[in-house]
Structures are given as C-alpha cells and as structure tokens.
Design a protein around this ligand. Structure first.
Ligand code: ADP
Ligand code: MG
Length: 367
C-alpha cells in the first residue's frame, strides 16, 4: 500500500469537519474522493499534502509516518481547481516553475519539461503562450506542471470544475488515461459522481466527516451502503419499510410488500430498512395492482423516449414520484402497475452510520 490515511479528525471554529477519516491508496491506483461541497475534501488533501495539520490522525507513506513532515519532504504533487498558470509566460516556463525549487541543472529542467509535455499529449507546445491555449489545453499544462517534479503521489482538487460539461466529459477520459500512463497513484477530488465514475479505479464517499463507502464504481453503484449514498448517486427511488420476514426476506412499506433480491437472513425481522427500487427492468402490468409482492401502482406524470427505453415519472402517492425506464410507452395521466424485478430491489439499513464518536484521546496528535 502506498498511502495510508488513518483516523483524521479536524475541527474548525468548534465545527467538527473530519470525524475519523481513514482510507488507503495503492500503488498506481486512481481513487476518487467524492462528497458534497463542504464535506471536507479539500481539507483532507491539504492535510495529506502537509499544508494543514490534523487535530489527530496519521499520514503514512509506505509505512513511514509523515504526519509531522513538512510539505516539501513528502514529494506529493497537488493540482488546485483554479490552477493559476502564469498568463504571460510560455507553457515551458510555467512547467519549469515547479522544477526550479529542486535546483536542477538547466539542461535537466528542459528534459523534464519535455517529458511532462509528452505525458499530457502536448509535445511541442512548450514555446506557446498560455493565453493562446484552449481551456482544456491549459488544464493539461497545469497537470504537466504537477507531474514534472515526479511526485510519488498526485492529488487533484476538482480540476475540471471550472469547465463546461462537454469539455469536462472529454477531459475526464483523457485525464484517466494520462494518470494511468503516468503510473503515479492519485487522489482525485470531485463532487460530481459522473466524473468520479469516469476517472476513479475506486471511489471513497465522504459524508458527515466520515467515509460512507469505498469500492469500485460498479459495486458502489450496484450496492450503495446507505440511503444517503443512494441519493447522492442520483438513485432517488427510496421507500422506508420494516422487515416482516427474514427468510425469505419480506419488507412491508407504504407502497406495498416487497421481496428484495438480497440474501435471506441478511436482515432480522423487525429491522427498519429502506428499499431502493432500481429504475430498470420493470414490466408494465396494466391498471390494477393485485397484492402480489414487488408490484407498485401509480399515475404517469411524465414520459419521454430515452434511447432504448421510455423514461417515466410515476406518482405513487402524495409524497413520492419515482422514475423508471420502461420498455414500452405509457400515456401521461394513465394509471399503471409495474412488476419490479426482485434483483432490482435493494434492501438498505435505514439508519445512517452509527453516532460519531469523539476523537480518541490516545490517538497520536500531530505536532
Ligand atoms: P470541500 O472541499 O469538500 O468543499 P472543504 O475542505 O473546503 O470542503 O471545507 C469544508 C468546510 O470546512 C468549509 O465549508 C469551512 O466551513 C470549513 N473550513 C475549511 N477550511 C477552513 C479554515 N482554514 N478555517 C475555517 N474553516 C475552514
Ligand atoms: Mg474543495
């Protein structure tokens, strides 16, 4: 394991921000640190970089404790959101800036600048003025500047946030490729789950000062650990219920009875849960629901053609409008019943992660 972040606590002005954050980054891996704005992502990066001191917790690199080490000794690269290139200097001069600190001979600086430009697919751009480049090219120059001193860990703080959506999508694919080619472990911070899915080998979801879930994107999407994670990923079809039978697993909700495709016995009878009804693979039954499990009924609010299916907003009761992708067209205003695929019904613990404990007194406080 390359980087180990252990049990970080940080409070600003009596407001606890980080309440025991731990995660690891393996060699060559790109992890995405994903969380809403204000969840402490930038603070974590600054602590890892050595620009901020945690109240307690440790930063280890290959098992060596760096918690008290000054930033320059860590050899971690950090690329900020507003990457602040010097507008009146050439691309090469901008990239050389980070190398100057290392007191390298002039020829060596030139070689490393060229190599960094090749890494971001901008070979030959060294003589251009930064102001003559497109937004996407400037972004890559900033990345080249961060890569040039050969950091052993690269951290990127919302590097695409200032760009428009189309450019962001194109660049996120390119960033993923560049990071993998560079082979440097990276922490990529974003609040945008699509960007995180596109770039991360692994996701770390931050919620209320703790890690809510980690995993490869497909697993996190397929098995969100909590209703909060599901909602944050844009999976909004959630209904609260109670387990009435453990094996087979059966859940009673305001929308009817469901038999989710979870292993039997994974929830005890009586447990409060939330069901996530995935919007895919439901069959349209017609107008009436007949008490069978995994069926819901509602009124079509809105329906439109969406690629190979029809995206439908279905009003289920006063509080709930759920979205489904249906194989056939339905008419707004119509009352329809759906048979849900049991494997598309996910049972989640209703309660959010347990109460946050106070920072352990014994934890080695940073210097
Ligand atoms: P994120 O990057 O996820 O948006 P940040 O790490 O920037 O979150 O910060 C989260 C919150 O922590 C901020 O909204 C702010 O209230 C507080 N905070 C961060 N840095 C400081 C600081 N240096 N002084 C006081 N409060 C801070
Ligand atoms: Mg931030």
């Amino acid at each position: 394991m390359a980087l180990s972040v252990q049990n970080l606590y940080k409070t600003f002005e009596d407001q606890p921000l980080l309440k025991g954050v731990s995660f690891q980054v393996e060699q060559g891996e790109t992890v995405c640190l994903l969380g809403p704005s204000g969840s402490g992502k930038s603070t974590i990066l600054r602590i890892v970089a050595g620009l901020e001191t945690p109240d307690s917790g440790r930063i280890l690199w290959e098992n060596q404790d760096l918690t008290g080490a000054p930033a320059y000794r860590r050899r971690f690269g950090l690329m900020f959101q507003d990457y602040a290139l010097f507008p009146h200097r050439s691309v090469a001069e901008n990239i050389a800036f980070g190398l100057r600190m290392q007191n390298l001979p002039r020829g060596e600086v030139g070689r490393q600048v060229s190599r960094a430009l090749e890494r971001v697919n901008l070979a030959g751009f060294g003589g251009r003025r930064v102001t003559d480049l497109s937004g996407g090219e400037q972004q890559r120059v900033a990345l080249a500047r961060a890569l040039a001193p050969n950091p052993r860990l690269l951290m990127l703080d919302e590097p695409l946030a200032a760009l428009d959506r189309t450019l962001r999508e194109a660049l996120s694919e390119e960033l993923r490729r560049i990071l993998h080619q560079a082979g440097i472990p990276a922490i990529y911070v974003t609040h945008d789950q699509e960007e995180a899915f596109a770039i991360g080998d692994r996701l770390i979801l931050l919620h209320e000062g703790q890690v809510a879930q980690t995993g490869v994107p497909a697993d996190v999407y397929g098995r969100p650990a909590s209703p909060w994670v599901a909602r944050f990923l844009g999976l909004g079809n959630l209904v609260e219920g109670r387990v009435v039978s453990s094996a087979p697993l059966r859940v009673e909700t305001a929308l009817g009875t469901f038999e989710p495709g979870c292993p039997p016995g994974s929830f005890a009878a009586g447990t409060p849960v939330s069901l996530l009804l995935r919007p895919v693979r439901a069959a349209v039954l017609g107008a009436v629901k007949d008490g069978q499990p995994n069926r819901i009924q509602g009124t079509v609010e809105d329906a439109f053609f969406h690629g190979d299916s029809f995206r439908v907003r279905l009003r289920l009761d006063q509080d709930r409008v759920f979205a489904f992708d249906l194989p056939e067209a339905v008419t707004p205003g119509a009352s329809v019943a759906l048979q849900l695929d049991r494997d598309q019904i996910i049972c989640l613990p209703a309660a959010e992660p347990a109460e946050i404990a106070a920072p352990p007194r014994s934890a080695g406080a940073a210097a």
